[in-house]
Design a protein. Structure first.
Length: 132
């Protein structure tokens, strides 16, 4: 599991495994980044399972980053759910964008107001790469 920090910094989301729709090994589970093997288009879907919250400002920005710069991101807020630990919510995001050979792509969060926990065993990242 990954406890989200609340210091305003941008953090890479870790995954126990990454599912890929193609026969490629471009995702590195040691740094949680995918490296583009060539110029092309990348279509990604991420699913996060989140536990915790304070029922006041349970929000965070999260998205896909290319070479450390936000490419596709959302502000997610799950206010109104139980404060009790053990009550998980699931949220997802998809995005498609152009990448160049050698660029690194990862999933990051920022702006967490309360130290929620990402349940890494239930977080998934999958995608399709289409070379030019």
């Amino acid at each position: 599991d990954q406890t989200c920090v609340t210091d305003g910094s941008t953090q890479v989301i870790t995954f126990e495994t990454a599912e890929e729709y193609q026969d490629t090994t471009q995702f590195d589970t040691t740094n949680d980044r995918w490296t583009a093997p060539a110029d092309g288009w990348l279509d990604l879907t991420a699913i996060l399972s989140i536990d915790g919250g304070d029922d006041t400002d349970d929000s965070m920005n999260w998205g896909f980053y290319v070479n450390g710069v936000a490419k596709v991101h959302v502000l997610d807020n799950w206010r109104g759910r139980s404060k009790a630990t053990g009550t998980e919510i699931v949220t997802s995001m998809s995005g498609g964008f152009k990448v160049s050979s050698g660029q690194t792509i990862d999933l990051r969060y920022t702006g967490v107001q309360y130290a929620v926990v990402l349940k890494n065993a239930y977080c998934h990242l999958s995608g399709t790469f289409i070379p030019d």
